[in-house]
Design a protein. Sequence first.
Length: 243
Amino acid sequence: MAAALGSAARADCLSADDGIATDRPTGPNSSAAVPQGSLQFENGAGALHAQGSTTYDLPETRVRFGAFSCTEFLADLPDYTHGKGFAGTTDLSPAVKHQFQDLPEGLTVWTTLGVALPTGDKRLSGRGPAPYIQLPATYALGSGWTMNGMYSATFHPRDAGNEPVNQTSVYLDRALTETTDMFVEYMNVYQPGTATQNMIDFGGSWRYSALRQVDFKMGFGVNRAAPDWYFTIGYSFRFDHIF
């Protein structure tokens, strides 16, 4: 994530000369598209406490491939989740992400279109394919500060109610050095007919080499429907010139 700040401020797409930029650990997937011909792996492990029990998950893996300049193919791989009296995996979710150009200075906008395929446990992912759209954006405030956000909607056409799950995420990021940053984030998850979840978290990332990054995030819910607390730690890396 830290490496994305300078490129996002210029609204440029990354090349193999730029350092790694990741979607994790924040909610908005507002990192620059992976360079053309590069393959990136973003991984993590996390814990979430809600309703008196703690759930653990890993590997939180997202694979991103730079198919063209400013356009990537990505896939969220099945994530193993283990909680009190329950264990299962989430769906495989392929998608395409495009970074728009020729926008006002300091503004960068992306769009992601994907679908969760019915490969995982129905108790975690629902029944049938679940298409989704994400609209992340970032704006450079200057002096190392950026404002970032994303609206996303996930549709469950085969589930009862058929109402989309809406998520809004906003975070303020501060670059501390050329390789480290910290952020504070607010997230809202809403589905008609269910209680809204409101959460606040903070975290950061450290790019200890050009193509390697570690990150963390911890947060808590601010209303009864939200999780009591959650935490994730991650490791990401990139390979360039795959083709």
